[in-house]
Each structure stands twice: as C-alpha cells, then as structure tokens.
Write a protein that binds this ligand. Structure first.
Ligand code: DGL
Length: 261
C-alpha cells in the first residue's frame, strides 16, 4: 500500500512543494486541498483561517490520511500549533520563512538579505518569535506584501502578461534600489515566479521547499518508486476529489512555462 500525504494551501502556492515531491518519485498518493474561493489568507484573521483549515483537515481525515503538510507559511504561522493540539493523532508538517538559512550558511554572512511574506505571517506571534530567535538584530530586511499572493493566484486568467508584470513590479519595486543579494520567499505562492524575480531584480531567491520535502520523506517514511504517483485535487473543499495527472494542471503547463520555473 502506498503512503497518503495531504497537502493544504489557501490556493495554488502548495503546488511548488508538490512539484518538488513529484520530481523525486516516491510511492505515494497525494491529496491536495485548497480554499480557492477565499484566497488570499494573508489578509484574513487567525480565527477565519482556523475555521477553514479545520474543514480541510477533516476532509483529509475522511481519506484516512495520517501526514498533512501545511504548504502555506501563513497557515503554518497562524494555525499549526492549534491543529497539533486538536488533531493529535495526525502528523503536521509546516513551512516557515527560511530565516534559518541565514545562520546555517556562510555564503550569506556578508550578503544583503531580505524576506518577503504575507501580512498575516508578518504579524503573527509565531513569526515574531522565529525572527527574535534567528535574527535578533534584524539584519534581514523584512517586507510584508499585501497583493503579491493574489496576483500570482489570478495569473492563470490574465490575458495581458505585460499588465500583470507591471502590477508585480509595483509590489516589488523596492528591490530595484535595495541591492539585495538573497531574497527569501516567505510564501509558497512566490516560488511560482522565482525565476522571474531572479531575472528581473538580479538576485538569488531562497525557499525551504527542499528541506520541507526531506522532512516529509522522513516523517512519512516514503519509499522511491518508478510507478506513477496518483494525485487527487480538491480546490474548493467540495465533496468530490478529482484524480489528475500533474501535467494537466494549468499552473504547471501555462504559468511555469511563462515564468520559467
Ligand atoms: N501560499 C501562502 C503562504 O505560503 C498563502 C498566501 C495567501 O493566501 O495569502 O503564505
């Protein structure tokens, strides 16, 4: 029997993690659930997020899933502690802004670093504690962004790419003049356009997806396999799960091609 992994995000951001999982070929069934009608979560309250994420966890529980990845920095910041208390029979793996990288890696020592993240993550107690612990002198410049996750979520339906690029640039304009060497992507949606950000602002991006996947493999004891993975998708907390092949998902065929991920 193959393992089952549940993946939760507000919208399409968690696909970046799923993409990393798929590329490593494990014997696994993936169940991806999101709340596309309510994305973005970065502008919502903690209470709202808790109510929505409980519904998503319960949907995954009905599928007898043991390991759930909260593939969303915002939901991790605002809900993971509560979820671990309420659903103690399940394993939760979260994702957090990659501040640890700063201490672990000498290359970054003399470099200018910045972090972008959602407003809710920025204001959360969990992030405040993480920052105090890992970057107490606040060397990493930190920029909460109000609109970037929504722009990325809506990319698929935009006809004029030039307009979209302009809107993205309005959000990220500070990068033109700030001489940042490394930009930490503190929201899984941002990783979708990481190549675009690197080219446009001439910097390197960092995200923890590889480390999070290492952790998933360890917690769920995933085994390698040449068999096809199965992938079930539920974008609106509906009753039905669609069984898809990853190549059928628009964001991979269209967005990743356009933005060169
Ligand atoms: N993808 C999410 C994150 O990593 C949430 C973005 C949002 O819904 O605002 O923070």
């Amino acid at each position: 029997m193959s393992e089952k992994i549940g993946i939760i995000d507000s919208g399409i951001g968690g696909f970046t993690l799923l993409n990393e999982l798929f590329s490593r070929s494990y014997f696994c069934q993936y169940y991806y659930i999101s709340d596309n009608e309510n994305v973005p979560y970065g502008t919502k309250s903690q209470l709202f997020m808790l109510q929505r994420v409980r519904l998503m966890v319960n949907k995954l529980k009905q599928k007898k899933i043991q390991t759930i990845v909260i593939a969303c920095n915002t939901l991790t910041a605002e809900t993971i502690e509560q979820l671990r208390e309420e659903f103690h029979e399940l394993n939760f793996i979260g994702i957090e802004p990659y501040l640890n990288y700063f201490n672990k890696n000498e290359i970054c020592n003399n470099k200018k670093m910045a972090l972008i993240l959602t407003e809710a993550t920025y204001k959360s107690l969990r992030f405040t504690k993480l920052r105090k612990r890992v970057d107490p002198t606040q060397k990493i410049l930190t920029y909460p962004l109000a609109n970037l996750a929504s722009l990325i979520e809506g990319m698929e339906s935009r006809h004029c790419i030039e307009n979209l690029k302009q809107e993205i640039d309005t959000e990220l304009a500070f990068l033109h003049s700030s001489n940042i060497d490394y930009l930490i992507l503190g929201c899984t949606h941002y990783t979708i356009i990481k190549k675009y950000i690197e080219k446009t602002y001439d910097l390197q991006t960092l995200d923890p997806n590889k480390e999070v996947v290492d952790r998933i493999v360890q917690v769920a004891a995933l085994a390698k396999s040449t068999d096809c993975n199965s992938f079930y998708y539920n974008p609106n907390l509906s009753h039905d799960w669609q069984c898809l092949s990853l190549t059928n998902i628009n964001i991979f065929t269209k967005l990743f091609r356009t933005y060169g991920n």
